[in-house]
Write a protein that binds this ligand. Sequence first.
Ligand SMILES: Nc1cc2c(nn1)-c1ccccc1CC2
Length: 292
Amino acid sequence: VPWSDDLFEKYYDICEELGSGQFAVVRRVVCKATGEEFAAKFIRKRRYATSRRGVTRAHIEREVDVLTEIGGHDAIIRLFAVFETPSEVILVLELVSGGELFDHVCAKECLDEAEAAAFIKQILLGVKHLHSRYICHLDLKPENVMLKRRGETQIKLIDFGLSRRIPPGSQTKDMIGTPEFVAPEIVNFEALGTATDMWALGVVTYILLSGGSPFLGQTRDETFCNITAVDYHFDDCYFHSTSALAKDFIRRLFVRDPRKRATAEDCLRHPWITGPDAEDTVDPRKNAEISI
Ligand SMILES: Nc1cc2c(nn1)-c1ccccc1CC2
């Protein structure tokens, strides 16, 4: 993907804000020459090594390198161009304008488990694509799952700012991610990898089905304690009508040992995702309303 230091405003009209991250604002932009719409992510560069504001160049290059390598999967946002100014780097991304998946789910009267499983299946296909290249997202959480367009069900994984390539056997350790979604190996500063994303996907599924967060405590330390103890349960007030299949799917992801945790491929074969084999059998996930 070409890096340009030409003036961004020369090529694009800048329109409304689509969302923002910690050091990034994302706006809809229109290419002046073609009328095509994109999402431009304006990332503030860190001015000084000691500063805590802005993002380091290495961090930005990581997101660009990962998006360049994995572009082209339906469930993953595409990167088209990069611009650089003295104070920021601008990623010209695929327009994703449907908002966060969870806002859509909350807005709906009810979502049955089959619809929830269909969303999780799309995320699994995107994560399988990443993991097939040993790339880990490392920040999977509801706000990083967006709908391509309002009212449609196509999802896009966004924000690869923490993602990195972690080949098997490499002892990559780092304390990163959002406390509520991190796996035990992150809390214990042990080797992380593709299985770290699978734990986070378990948290996303649990929240999508119930609206509750499995390990969230009153404080960060309490949350970390719940995670390392794998201390969670299916509160009957949230899970009274959740199918046994859905709970089994989640149980296979909340496994402390990353080597024993279900992979994206395992999950794609799980009956909660594949649904009933024979067409004519009743789908136990239907009408099992979720209580978000
Ligand atoms: N950190 C973030 C945060 C966001 C996005 N990307 N990275 C984004 C990408 C495409 C469309 C809309 C957004 C808004 C949120």
